[in-house]
Design a protein around this ligand. Structure first.
Ligand code: GRG
Length: 297
């Protein structure tokens, strides 16, 4: 295993332990008997469906080395994955992207019905903020405020609303940039900024982290759109070819496939450039950025 793989795995395990701890079965801190069992099952189904845990890994890597205690950052790592998972559950609903498959498994509403899927998403979002609000870490409130802003109407939800509103509209590169920045980059920015804030990093390091996540997110989403055109459903873990059918204003739809590939490379190069200022995590974030172009899922 490479140094990068070892470090990624260490963060991923820490994040998954935190998720289990904060969304655990009866007898542990968050008891199932306090919530309807179907709701608990639906929350856990999506949370443990095999995601890559990119956002909590980024948050932890921005905070410290895997062998450090990381205690102050762990509830935030769990919270950001809960927010991400809620967004995927809602994004898959018939009223939005209407997807049957996610992370290689049936989507929440296909298993639990639409009502319970909406509630599982809502519950994960609320649980995330409950967890962060309970933190006694220094600067916890600042980190939580950044996450709230970047996941909210001026951030991820704003991007998703524009994505929905712009279906079948005339191609517009500025609009695609707006949609992708907010829909996708903002939650990466939230993760890396929250980790940096909790670690007490200075404003220059926080600004570099933000630049990194912005360009990483754009490269990630352009690649995601290319996978929707060229990927294989069995590997990608969700249906392909849906963006064109829905008239989505994606990067390749507006710029063309060849230009979109070049733009993904350009955004990756910009993320790599920003990673140089990320201290002892520079190599880790550089390797993470280099993996985007090779994404198959
Ligand atoms: C508030 C009703 C309501 C809905 C919110 C904001 C939102 C819906 C959805 C977010 C938009 C979205 C799905 C953006 C796409 C980002 C993206 C490519 C996600 C996939 O991330 P990965 O590959 O997934 O990290 P895994 O499964 O590995 O965690």
């Amino acid at each position: 295993m490479s140094d990068f793989d070892c470090r990624y795995d260490a963060y991923r395990h820490r994040a998954e332990d935190a998720l289990r701890k904060h969304l655990s079965k009866a007898g542990e801190p968050w008891q199932d008997d306090q919530i309807p069992s179907m709701l608990a099952e639906a929350m856990r189904y999506s949370l443990f469906a095999g995601g890559k845990r990119l956002r909590p890994v980024m948050l932890l890597a921005a905070f410290g080395m895997p062998e450090e205690p990381l205690n102050d950052a762990l509830p935030f790592a769990a919270a950001i994955e809960m927010i991400h998972t809620y967004s995927l559950i809602h994004d898959d609903l018939p009223a939005m992207d209407n997807d049957d498959m996610r992370r290689g498994k049936k989507t929440s509403h296909k298993i639990f019905g639409e009502g319970m899927a909406i509630l599982a998403g809502d519950a994960l979002l609320n649980r995330a903020f409950e967890l962060m609000a309970e933190s006694s870490a220094e600067r916890a409130q600042l980190a939580m405020a950044e996450i709230a802003r970047l996941a909210g109407p001026r951030g991820m939800i704003g991007g998703q609303a524009a994505d929905l509103a712009m279906e079948n509209s005339a191609p517009d590169m500025n609009m695609v940039r707006y949609i992708q920045r907010h829909k996708t980059s903002d939650l990466f920015i939230a993760a890396i900024k929250a980790g940096s804030i909790l670690a007490g990093k200075d404003e220059y390091a926080i600004a570099a982290a933000e630049q990194y996540a912005l360009h990483y997110g754009l490269a990630f989403q352009i690649t995601d759109d290319l996978l929707d055109i060229e990927g294989f459903q069995g590997v990608f873990g969700k249906s392909t070819g849906k963006d064109a059918k829905a008239g989505k204003m994606t990067w390749p739809a507006v710029a063309g496939v060849a230009q979109a590939r070049r733009d993904a490379e350009k955004e990756t190069a910009l993320a790599l450039e920003a990673s140089a200022a990320l201290g002892n995590s520079a190599d880790f974030f550089a390797a993470l950025a280099q993996m985007v172009l090779g994404r198959v899922k």
